[in-house]
Design a protein around this ligand. Structure first.
Ligand code: FMN
Length: 173
């Protein structure tokens, strides 16, 4: 099972729009994927689901993670790295079985110039630690406000080409 993780809980995020675009493209290519947005996390997460605790609210999300064998992470750049809520989510998931020997593809995005290059590198280090195998083709989308049209679709030729290549490789991964 494939699950797309939209890596922020910020209301109205571009990350969630891009996640929905990836979901549509995957579906068109025969890769059915679920979508888990970090906005679905329980508000109590830092007191209810860390350090061996597990809340009823988090259980269905843990079930999705457990059943997933391929993750596609969409990760916005926050203060030069990935969002803290994404690390809290990883820390809350059962260790090591949630990610161990599974597969992932990574997409960085930002309103600035760099498309979260550094945050994707930081997150790759964590993937390595939990034995989550990362697709070598990582995508960085800078100036995301100039990349999505009113319907939430990518339209710049290069971006469409590179994201399509990543999706094809992710399905075959
Ligand atoms: C807390 C926070 C920190 C941010 N830091 C950066 C940054 O370091 N570099 C950058 O290019 N954009 C930064 N941004 C802007 C995001 O890249 C921008 O909001 C973009 O649309 C992707 O995030 P989103 O999914 O929240 O919309 C930051 C946004 C927030 C909310």
């Amino acid at each position: 099972m494939i699950t797309i993780i939209s890596g922020t809980n910020r209301p109205g995020s571009s990350t969630l729009k891009l996640a929905k675009y990836y979901q549509k493209q995957l579906q068109q290519k025969g890769g059915e994927a679920g979508l888990l947005s970090l906005s679905q996390l329980p508000a109590s997460l830092i007191t209810s689901d860390l350090y061996g605790k597990r809340s009823d609210e988090f259980l269905p999300l843990q079930d999705i993670v457990t059943q997933t064998d391929k993750f596609l992470f969409l990760i916005p750049e926050y203060n030069g790295s990935f969002p803290g809520v994404l690390k809290v989510f990883i820390d809350a998931c059962s260790f090591p079985e949630s990610f161990y020997e599974k597969k992932a593809a990574l997409v960085g995005l930002s309103s600035g110039k760099y498309g979260n290059i550094r945050g994707i590198d930081h997150f790759t280090g964590i993937c390595n630690y939990v034995h989550l195998h990362v697709l070598p083709l990582k995508i960085h989308i800078a100036a995301i406000n100039k990349e999505l049209d009113a319907d939430g679709n990518l339209f710049n030729k290069d971006t469409v080409q590179f994201t399509n290549e990543q999706i094809d490789k992710f399905i075959a991964f």
